[in-house]
Design a protein around this ligand. Structure first.
Ligand code: PLP
Length: 400
């Protein structure tokens, strides 16, 4: 058993000034809650835009659907990956045009497809014959891209076999789509969330290229590559800078699809975690510190746990940086949540190294909690309310 080295600096995650502002902003609020720094979302969007000027960004709403986050991205010109009619309604209410929405969930009811079509959505993901037939009947003539399987190797939060199909199945579905009057546009993939191995994009793009060629042989000109999500946020392990990832991925695109000219396929990216993860700080309180055996590690119970929104700590997959303002000699703590369920333990195999001086009632900050936290929080388990989110509007504004 190895303790993670939690000896990071505050400023690896947030500037001192922003942290002071966050503390001021949150001092009278009851924990637990996430504070989203809008400025960070804006910076992540702009960095991606600059690094991949040729790509269209479709933000994956599920990562963080806070209205202020969505409005900011609408203003900046982002498009959106929606997975349900509820996300669709939300985006339309906020004023996003339907031609900026892609229905990226391959698992859809016929009536939901019809609803989206009636609202003006014309771009859909698909990975099965059944879905292609439902699309043909309920969203006639729409653009469709086809998702290929990815094994999720290298990802901290892999998406396994639930989505996508084998290239041969995809190829059959492309032919079928043409037959039933849809417009087969291209291929999509998702290399797995929090993907640490950039070469996984190359593996997927190679398959895309092969399918493009085979389709061309049948007289179908595919012209869309949807590279999905997977771009990492910064948890305990440092990740490459955005520009390094993007430069690699751009090289892979060129390797298989040649120079950027009119013939180059349209490229879509669907960041979720990348866009929102780094922008969130979860403010929590120490409920109890307890010794279970005379020897052995003390247990640190927080007022946030797996059911409060940190479900991605399952198998300790996602390692959130845990920060306290206490200093001095440190020891390893098992960290657990407050509910009466024994799975509500965050870090035991990989305990957290935190100061001995930590006390009950102290505030503890979990960084990189802007994505997949509130949306994953349970409703009313043990009576705890769902995780609250506040937005700190720290965007630079022009003053009149
Ligand atoms: C969840 C999801 C994403 C976002 O994935 P991240 O790894 O968070 O970037 C993108 N596309 C689709 C289809 C998704 O389901």
């Amino acid at each position: 058993m190895h303790a993670f080295d939690y000896s990071f600096e505050l400023e690896d995650y947030i500037t001192k000034e922003d942290f002071e502002r966050l503390k001021e902003f949150s001092k009278d609020k009851e924990t637990p809650f996430v504070v989203v720094l809008l400025k960070t979302v804006a910076r992540k969007y702009d960095e991606l835009r600059a690094a991949m000027p040729y790509a269209k960004i479709y933000y994956a709403i599920k990562a963080n659907p806070h209205e202020e986050v969505l409005k900011l991205l609408i203003e900046r010109g982002s498009c959106f990956d929606i997975a349900s009619i509820y996300e669709l309604d939300l985006m339309l209410e906020l004023g996003a045009a339907p031609d900026r929405l892609s229905y990226g969930n391959t698992i859809k009811k016929a009536r939901d497809i019809r609803y989206a079509y009636e609202k003006g959505v014309r771009l859909f993901a698909s990975d099965s014959e059944s879905d292609v037939r439902k699309l043909a009947a309920n969203a006639p003539g729409s653009d469709v891209f086809f998702r290929i399987l990815s094994d999720g190797a290298g990802a901290d939060w892999p998406l396994s076999r639930k989505f996508g199909a084998h290239p041969e199945v995809v190829f059959d579905n492309i032919l079928l789509a043409r037959e039933v009057g849809l417009r087969p546009r291209g291929i999509s993939f998702h290399v797995g969330s929090q993907q640490n191995d950039v070469t996984q994009w190359r593996v997927a793009l190679k398959t895309c290229h092969k399918i493009f060629e085979e389709a061309a042989d049948k007289g179908i000109k595919l012209d869309l590559i949807n590279m999905g999500g997977g771009l990492p946020a910064r948890y305990v392990h440092p990740v490459e800078e955005t520009c390094v990832y993007m430069a690699e991925i751009t090289d892979y695109l060129r390797e298989f699809f040649g120079v950027f000219d009119e013939e180059f396929p349209d490229v879509i990216v669907e960041p979720g975690r990348y866009m929102a993860g780094d922008a969130g700080v979860l403010v929590s309180e120490v409920v109890m510190i307890a010794q279970k055996e005379h020897e052995g590690r003390p247990w640190l119970f927080l007022d946030i746990g797996k059911f409060g929104g940190l479900i991605e700590t399952i198998e300790e997959s996602i390692r959130y940086p845990v920060y306290t303002e206490r200093k001095g000699e440190a020891r390893d703590y098992v960290v657990a949540g407050p509910t009466c369920d024994s799975m509500d333990v965050l870090y035991e195999t990989n305990p957290c190294r935190l100061p001995i001086s930590l006390e009950e009632g102290d505030r503890v900050y979990l960084f990189t909690t802007g994505a997949y936290t509130q949306t994953y929080s349970a409703v009313f388990f043990n009576g705890f309310p769902p995780l609250k989110v506040y937005v700190m509007d720290d965007l630079p504004r022009e003053t009149a």
